[in-house]
Ligand binder design. Structure first.
Ligand code: SAH
Length: 224
């Protein structure tokens, strides 16, 4: 059985409510305050976004491999980025660059009207699609493309999240923000990266550095 395509949502043993609650307690101790984010993360089964051999580690606060040299982000950073996106009010339309396992996508889909998510590696996207529809999350549209090219014909996002590190803040992404919209993105090379929050105001873009992070790089082109 492959846990990536099975949906044991009740959880038992390493997926039990108690195990998940421990992760939420840990996130709160690390400063995550937004009750909407904590509730959604308590309810979202992270173990189905991993291969069976790693599923027992799903509720540890750590990044885990998902194949193709990519990782499912650490729960703390998923919570932090989601909290930053939500801080300005409810999200109607969100864009994610780097679907990966689909876990961050699933969290966002429960907090936003619609989520668009772009992934450059087709086999990862295929698995993510299966998991998201298995969870009944139908307000998600997935696209196999280079996210740095944006989403043709789309724009006016009130939230954009990048789950891979860009060398700078791409104007191709800030151009897609609505006024008042927020972009949360790791920026930097392989040695040093920072989580950056960019807000589009009537006057232009405002940029804040949030904290040091470590992500896989955002790359051009597509695979598969
Ligand atoms: N949010 C994901 C994180 C996966 S790691 C999760 O929780 O599982 C980052 C992902 O970004 C990888 O799957 C990688 O293939 C993807 N990625 C990197 N550069 C990209 C680009 N330019 N466009 C789309 N996806 C990209």
């Amino acid at each position: 059985m492959n846990t990536g395509s099975s949906f044991d949502l009740t959880g038992s043993g390493f997926t039990s409510a108690r195990t998940r609650d421990r992760l939420i307690t840990r996130l709160m101790a690390q400063g995550i305050r937004d009750a909407r984010v904590l509730d959604v993360m308590r309810q979202t089964p992270r173990h189905i976004f991993l291969d069976e051999a790693l599923a027992h580690r799903a509720y540890e606060d750590t990044a885990l491999p998902i194949g193709h040299s990519q990782t499912l982000s650490q729960p703390y950073i998923v919570a932090r980025m989601t909290e930053l996106l939500l801080a300005a009010g409810p999200l109607t339309k969100v864009l994610e660059i780097g679907t990966g396992s689909g876990y961050q996508t699933a969290v966002l889909a429960q907090l936003a009207g619609i989520v668009h998510s772009i992934e450059r590696i087709k086999p990862l996207q295929d698995k993510a699609r299966e998991r998201l529809s298995g969870l009944g999350l139908h307000n998600v549209r997935l696209r196999h493309a280079d996210g740095l090219q944006g989403w043709p014909g789309e724009g006016g996002y009130d939230g954009i999240i990048g789950t891979a590190a860009a060398l700078g803040v791409p104007s191709a992404l800030t151009d897609l923000l609505a006024v008042g919209g927020r972009l949360v993105l790791p920026v930097g090379g392989t040695q040093k990266q920072s989580l950056v929050l960019v807000t589009r105001t009537e006057e232009g873009l405002r940029q804040e550095v949030i904290e040091p992070v470590m992500f896989v790089p955002m790359l051009g082109g597509v695979i598969g």
